[in-house]
Design a protein around this ligand. Structure first.
Ligand SMILES: *Cc1c(COP(=O)(O)O)cnc(C)c1O
Ligand SMILES: [Zn+2]
Length: 418
């Protein structure tokens, strides 16, 4: 892996060779998240915008030269990446904007953004010859790991909160994972998973612990920029729980700038649920995220429920270093965004995905974006992940089906005469 220079601790700045540490900087307990630092000069000789234009592979592996894996590493067969970027003119017009795109990662194989990271996780685990991979998750990272593991017959053990939506738990069971439903929060599941992995020596996919997850997640922004002809957007909206996705997007943009493939850094706007808004609070009040205690994590958007965002160092930098912002949206605003996004552009998102759009609605109202800016909203999860919340959202909006007898007269009573 000659294209990786070192792993750098985000707290103390210490640099490690990739094989020197397993996951984190050992000087800070479980908090010493590291960043994977690349040799861009070397990478620039191996891959270019022109070579990409000739590459028929539409998966994240088209960017393999920019990922922390060997050039000849076998990759899982599920097609991760290549999700559509829809121009959403009606949504834009409704908000007084001109250019809005929706990147739909609900279309990935297990129906969430997390497939991007889990695809890299299974390649890294196989590199290590791991017998078992484990992760804690609010649900989607687990489902992604379960699916990618199933595709290569890799045993895995998953820790999720007992209250995770049924669809996500069903995915885990269908894919054959060993599933631990933890009687507690995601934060409890996370701690237990770390403890268990250390006890048994399992390969650990945990977000903001395993440094390579950010690297998988950054591929979304490579795709966005490539889909826009390497003309980077002005603003990107993304929902934030642990902060790994937002950190990944920032990392990917920094890669592209270092390679000279884009010429400006977009502003990144992180969207949090009001009931789980640690990052929003820390950013707004200028708090020290190394000492700020965990906050509440109550929100309908289960995928962004995180009392202590594990990737908070990267999540804060993504906003402060790009002149971006955090916005907070209520659960009602998130639920309203589910049908609004679906009706406005045909993308059905789970609450955490729709939250990014709710954030754009709020930002437009607050003047955080200009009418002429080119804006990308990232949908991170498919609406079918959480049907109960979708039903709640449409009922809140007064939308009801008609219950009828199977006769034309009954239809006419509703539709009127032809
Ligand atoms: C995980 C997830 C997020 C948030 O990602 P973080 O890295 O935890 O900030 C947002 N939306 C969906 C659907 C997710 O699964
Ligand atoms: Zn350190």
């Amino acid at each position: 892996m000659d294209h990786i220079k070192h792993l750098k601790c985000l707290i103390c700045g210490k640099e490690y060779a990739p094989d020197e540490i397993e996951y984190i900087c050992p000087d800070h307990g479980n908090e010493g998240i590291v960043d994977v630092c690349y040799d861009y000069e070397l990478i620039g000789k191996r891959i270019s915008r022109e070579s990409l234009a000739q590459n028929p592979d539409t998966t994240i592996w088209r960017y393999k030269a920019l990922l922390p894996v060997e050039a000849d590493a076998p990759v899982p067969p599920l097609t991760v990446g290549g999700t559509p970027l829809y121009q959403a003119d009606r949504l834009a017009a409704g908000l007084g904007l001109k250019y809005v795109w929706v990147k739909d990662d609900g279309r990935l194989p297990t129906a969430s953004f997390k497939d991007r990271a889990s695809a890299v996780a299974v390649v890294k685990a196989q590199e290590k010859g791991a017998d078992i991979i484990t992760t804690a998750s609010t649900g989607n990272a687990a489902a992604a790991l379960a699916g990618l593991c199933a595709s290569i017959e890799q045993p895995n053990v998953i820790f999720v909160p007992e209250a995770a939506p049924q669809a996500k738990i069903a995915q885990l069971l269908v894919f054959g994972s060993t599933v631990m439903l933890v009687k507690g929060t995601y934060d409890d599941a996370f701690e237990l998973c770390l403890e268990t992995a250390a006890e048994y020596g399992w390969y650990n996919r945990n977000t903001a612990y395993n440094p390579y997850m950010t690297e998988g997640k950054k591929t979304a922004v490579y795709e966005i920029c490539e889909q826009l002809g390497w003309n980077a957007p002005d603003v990107i909206f993304v929902s934030v729980g642990d902060g790994c996705i937002i950190g990944g997007l920032h990392k990917g943009l920094k890669d592209l700038l270092a390679l000279g493939w884009i010429d400006k850094m977009p502003r990144i706007i992180g969207v949090q649920a009001a009931g789980s808004s640690y990052m929003y609070q820390a950013w707004k009040n200028n708090e020290d995220i190394l000492t700020k205690p965990p906050g509440p994590s109550a929100t309908v958007a289960d995928s962004i429920s995180a009392g202590l965002p594990r990737d908070r160092i990267k999540a804060l930098a993504a906003v402060t270093e790009t002149n971006g912002a955090y916005v907070s949206v209520t659960d009602d605003e998130i639920l309203e965004a589910v049908p609004a996004l679906a009706r406005g552009c045909g993308v059905f998102a789970e609450p955490a995905g729709a939250a990014a759009y709710a954030g754009l609605v709020k930002a437009a109202a607050q003047g955080l974006v200009n009418p002429n800016e080119r804006i990308v909203v990232l949908n991170t999860g498919n609406g079918l992940k959480d049907v109960a919340s979708a039903m709640k959202a449409v009922e809140m909006g007064g939308k009801r089906p008609f219950h009828i007898e199977p006769t034309l007269e009954e239809v006419k009573k509703i539709i009127g005469n032809a």
